[in-house]
Design a protein around this ligand. Structure first.
Ligand code: AMP
Ligand code: ZN
Length: 763
């Protein structure tokens, strides 16, 4: 084959693979078998291997391509991703109908009813038909960029051939029921905590740091809303959904068009009867006005559109009896009452225990031992006691009293000022020590598999280990001698297992900072937080110096100072705070701890990977006597946990260059910011001495460009930026600043394009 033919063949293979992916994953009607599919795929890979320069981001081979990341970039949603107002009864839906009649006199409309998929909202952005960005909802305004992760979902098209130039669709990412059960089986086998429900599992999977792991998670999507779409409007919701399906998106598998609210009631009842028949969990129905031309007149609240309502089904429930209440002691000493129940099936599993949280809660709800209770499992919660069936009491029920001594060690248990929890006061409490040791050795911590529950109990109760770090001083003889038997089976020595355990401990010394950090068990520092914190530190000493953590704390503090100064119009304080925010923010951006929220100016807004409660907990731990001693002891043991090697950022054409965007540009700013970042550049919120380029759009005030010029920042037009992005030569950053020349103004054509650019504000 000639080069040209080969390239054509590659194109053909890609579009065939995309077509078969769609047939298999979206439409569930495959045309070819696995073996034939593999042939096509392998041929494509072979050509790409021979011609790496032909690999494009939308090639099927790029579904699992990203290297693990230490955190996610932030993206701004424009328009914001809104939620839905909720109703719980038909009467409330009736009010919705009455409200619409009042707002839309003389209009006639249908309603659409769809299942309310219990997953996690997702936005997919296609630029010129290529999947460019996938993002979580986050707080609705700002979400996380999870493009690499979402590309692994085969039902998400990487390319939509006949899409408008900007196409943003929105929907739900979910984990299938079967996939969830299977994943939990795997997690439990691996000794990890299973996920509480498919929604949590989906949320956790979407934000895995390693795309290869995401690829193993059974995720799928449904698309039911639009974001920004250029040059295209839809008369009705159903018409839009049909178009989405034509473009190759998976759309709601069930929909009812209803002529009036009475028909809506019937549809939500019908849906409730089949709620378990979907591959995903549903927690209700969504009722939408079908006519989209009426949306504008109704508008949105800050929270939700006025033309739709969610209808939540009552959670599933079951009746059972509380046999007893036991008290568990956690690794931080907290005593938790647990209801031991007559086992009862509920929403697909048999439940025999339910947490009662704390004594106050038990008293407030007057839950007694022997009570008949309703157990519920709403979509998103672990089984919980909903209410007591007081009519079934016969007088034999007993009030639960929280013991004033720890059930495990007998030490006094107290409730601290301002806390609801009762805690065992004994730092030497074996239950706490055992809990800490089990956590320390767990899979996501130091992964010392030989030390499971039983061995941990033996090590602590036989006095070999008080603090987890004592593990590193254990001798072979001590381990061999350890009695892991119990009363029933008599004495059993650890014996032969000793040497392999010592080997694992040796390996554990060299484990990464993120594992060590998680192993310590600091409040608010779970697996994900540990990854994030470790991702911005070199090693434990760096973290323990609190250099980064304290800067983050200060940044949050300054944010509050600036906000209150702004409210109270104390200009000088406000300016001072903004100045300091800019300085600290910039240094944190450089360290990769923070990123600038585009489009905010004063006070400049930053989002940090280390959240306030995480920073506070880290500060508290590393300044506490125990924390200090822990760090010193590690040092004395010769253990110096280091962060994982970070994958080297590909040096893009804009590597090391810093940009500020201003004025009206031809596309949404977040998009341009995204392009700059993808090319290795940095986008700042406002011009500082470190800014190399100010990208000035239309209508930029002279003050701005003059300030930039004074700081030695080069002012460029968007076209110049695009040229740089395409690998053209960058204008010298140090050249004297100049305002955009008239010639660089957008061409007529561009202006025209802008005017036909319609944004549809939906979710
Ligand atoms: P909630 O998460 O309970 O606040 O409910 C609002 C969310 O429901 C929206 O933000 C969507 O993510 C989700 N949702 C699920 N299915 C649909 C649907 N068919 N139409 C609109 N929103 C949906
Ligand atoms: Zn205790």
């Amino acid at each position: 084959m000639t080069l040209n033919e080969e390239q054509k063949r590659l194109e053909f293979l890609r579009s065939e693979i995309n077509r078969h992916d769609r047939l298999y994953y979206v439409e569930a009607r495959p045309e070819i078998g696995d073996a034939d599919y593999d042939l096509l795929y392998r041929e494509m890979l072979a050509i790409e291997q021979a011609h790496p320069e032909w690999v494009t981001p939308d090639s099927p081979s790029q579904r699992v391509s990203g290297a693990p990341v230490s955190g996610f970039k932030q993206v701004r949603h424009d328009p914001p991703m809104r939620s839905l107002d909720k109703t719980h009864s038909k009467a409330e839906l009736g009010e919705f109908d009455a409200f619409l009649r009042k707002q839309l006199p003389g209009e006639v409309w249908d309603y659409v009813v769809e299942p309310k998929v219990d997953g996690v909202s997702l936005s997919l952005l296609y630029l010129d038909g290529v999947l460019t960005r996938a993002a979580t909802r986050g707080n609705g305004e700002i979400g996380d960029d999870i493009t690499q992760n979402m590309k692994t979902i085969k039902s998400i098209p990487l390319r939509v051939p006949d899409a408008p130039s900007v196409l943003e669709v929105r929907g739900e990412c979910y984990m299938t029921r079967n996939g969830f059960a299977e994943l939990n089986r795997r997690e439990e086998e691996a000794g990890r905590e299973p996920f509480a429900n498919p929604r949590n599992a989906a949320a956790g999977s979407m934000k895995q740091l390693d795309p290869a792991e995401v690829a193993r998670r059974p995720l799928d999507i449904v698309i039911y809303a639009s974001g920004a779409i250029s040059g295209m409007t839809f008369g009705t919701h159903t018409e839009m959904i049909r178009q989405f399906a034509k473009w190759g998106f998976k759309t709601p598998p069930w929909q009812r068009l209803c002529v009036d609210i009475g028909a809506v009631y019937a549809a939500i009842d019908e849906l409730e009867r089949m709620r378990h028949d979907f591959p995903f969990e549903i927690d209700g129905a969504v009722v939408k006005l079908n006519r989209r031309d009426l949306y504008g007149a109704l508008g949105m609240t800050a929270h939700a559109p006025r033309w739709a309502r969610a209808y939540k089904y009552a959670p599933e429930r079951a009746e059972t009896r509380i046999r007893a209440v036991t008290v568990q002691v956690g690794r931080s000493g907290v005593l938790t009452p647990v209801a031991e129940l007559d086992p009862v099936p509920l929403a697909g599993s048999v439940i025999s225990r339910a947490t009662l949280h704390n004594a106050e809660d038990v008293a407030r709800r007057d839950i007694r031992i022997g009570d008949h209770v309703w157990l519920v499992k709403a979509g998103d919660v672990i089984p919980a006691i909903d209410s007591v069936i007081t009519e079934k009491r016969d007088g034999s029920e007993q009030v639960f009293v929280m013991p004033d001594a720890c059930p495990e060690c007998g030490a006094p248990a107290v409730k601290l000022e301002g806390e609801v929890a009762t805690r065992c006061t004994n730092p030497a409490c074996p239950a706490q020590r055992i809990g800490r040791l089990i956590h320390f050795c767990s899979r996501n911590a130091l992964d010392i598999r030989a030390i499971g529950d039983k061995v941990a109990v033996a090590l602590v109760t036989q006095g070999f280990v008080e603090d987890p770090l004592d593990l590193f001083s254990l001798t072979k003889a001590q381990l061999e001698d350890l009695n892991i038997g119990d009363e029933k089976n008599g004495v059993r020595r650890f014996g032969k297992n000793a040497s392999s355990t010592l080997e694992t401990l040796e390996t554990a010394r060299g484990r990464t900072l993120e594992r060590w950090l998680f192993a310590i068990g600091i409040p608010n520092i779970g697996v994900t937080a540990s990854e994030q914190v470790a991702g911005v530190h070199r090693d434990l000493a760096h973290l323990a110096s609190l250099e980064v953590v304290d800067a983050v704390l200060r940044l949050y503090e300054l944010g509050e100072i600036a906000a209150s100064a702004k409210r109270e119009k104390r200009t000088e304080d406000f300016n001072r705070a903004c100045g300091e925010i800019g300085v600290i923010g910039a240094s944190l951006v450089e360290l990769g701890v923070a990123s600038v929220v585009p489009e905010t100016v004063l006070p400049p807004e930053y989002v940090c990977v280390i959240k306030p409660e995480m920073a506070k907990s880290l500060h508290a731990f590393f300044t506490s006597p125990y924390g200090k001693q822990f760090v010193e002891r590690l040092d004395a043991l010769g253990i110096h946990p280091k962060a994982k090697e970070k994958p080297k950022a590909a040096a893009g054409v804009l590597a090391g260059k810093t940009f500020v965007l201003t004025g009206s540009l031809s596309r949404p700013r977040p998009e341009i910011a995204e392009m700059i970042k993808n090319a290795g550049g940095i986008v700042q919120g406002s011009v500082s001495g470190k800014t190399n380029f100010l990208v000035a759009g239309e209508n930029v005030g002279a003050a701005k460009t003059q300030k930039a010029a004074a700081l030695g920042t080069k002012v460029i037009h968007e076209d110049e930026l695009m040229a740089m992005l395409q690998g053209g030569t960058a204008p010298a950053a140090s050249a004297p600043a100049e305002t955009p020349s008239p010639a660089a103004k957008p061409s007529r054509k561009k202006q025209k394009e802008e005017s036909i650019y319609t944004q549809e504000f939906l979710f």
